[in-house]
Design a protein around this ligand. Structure first.
Ligand code: SAM
Length: 273
């Protein structure tokens, strides 16, 4: 097994805070993440930010092919050396946000102890780029996990919850305390598993419209929907209120009270206008 402490000291590697480098050292959590992938020899796994490769080797043992995308050029030779025995691993030097993920497999399994400074852009990339996937297992900040799974009406409920819950079923796998990493982050982390909800995603007439509508609705969280939706698709406040009522939504409601199904219904009705 690849050992983070041994490798960082052998290569005199100093972790970069700006790149979100908190390397996982807890073997129980590594096993839980890799088990959560449920990958088979038929699957291609794409790993986001392999670091020194602690999860990479374990996941590569389970899947047909593994593509690991790492931004930090200092880690590329370390990864090549430490994963030399893994003939099914391809190491890609690049920024995951600028990488076309569709080029590697039709329906990959995605893995990542994510760099926390870009968690939301990474999650949104899968939806915006329409990347098909079998499932994803991510380590995220506990606070972000709670936003992903929040129910309508709760304080964590917002744009991220509505959008992600429309496209994925999200479950918790294991919590990771700061001591599970080197260096230890200030916050607790959570491993989550995302499985695409193809029926709900397909129920949208336009994913782009849905995302734009949800962002607009929450742009003024404390205002009523009649107020926050004014200006949307050229509607003034009165037209927005009428449109909401026609779709069974009280215009006086606030965005955090709407379920993602209700946002989807609104978005589909707008698409006809
Ligand atoms: N997977 C390793 C582990 O579990 O120990 C490292 C996880 S560390 C939290 C995040 C990794 O993502 C780092 O290796 C970092 O260099 C890399 N990274 C940061 N920004 C990236 C980006 N835009 N694209 C690809 N990798 C990135």
């Amino acid at each position: 097994m690849i050992n983070v402490r041994r490798i960082t000291s052998q290569y005199n590697f100093k972790t970069a805070k700006a790149l979100g480098q908190n390397f996982l050292t807890d073997e129980f959590i590594m096993d839980a993440i890799v088990g959560g992938l449920q990958a088979t020899k038929e699957d291609t796994v794409i790993e986001i930010g392999p670091g020194v490769g602690v999860l990479t080797g374990l996941a590569a043992d389970q899947c047909g092919k593994l593509v690991a995308i790492e931004l930090d050029d200092r880690l590329i030779p370390i990864l090549h050396e430490n994963l030399a025995g893994y003939f099914n691993v391809e190491i890609v030097h690049g920024d995951v946000l600028k990488t076309d993920l569709k080029q590697f497999a039709e329906k990959p399994v995605i893995l990542g102890n994510l760099p926390y400074y870009i968690t939301t852009p990474i999650l949104m990339k899968f939806i915006e780029d329409k990347v098909l996937m079998k499932a994803a297992v991510f380590m995220v900040q506990k606070e972000v996990a709670d936003k992903l799974t929040a129910a309508p009406g709760s304080s964590n409920y917002g744009v991220l919850a509505v959008i992600m819950q429309q496209f994925f079923n999200i479950t918790y796998i294991v919590e990771a305390p700061p001591e599970a990493f080197m260096p230890a982050p200030k916050v607790t982390s959570q491993v989550v598993r995302l499985v695409p909800d193809e029926v709900r995603a397909a129920s949208l007439k336009s994913g782009e419209d849905f995302i734009a509508l949800v962002k607009k609705a929450f742009s003024q969280r404390r205002k009523t929907l009649a107020n926050s939706m004014a200006g949307w698709k050229g509607m003034d406040k009165a037209a927005a209120a009428a449109w909401l009522s026609e779709n069974g939504i009280d215009p006086q409601r606030r965005p955090e009270s709407l379920s993602s199904e209700e946002f989807a219904k609104l978005s589909n009705s707008m698409f006809l206008i």
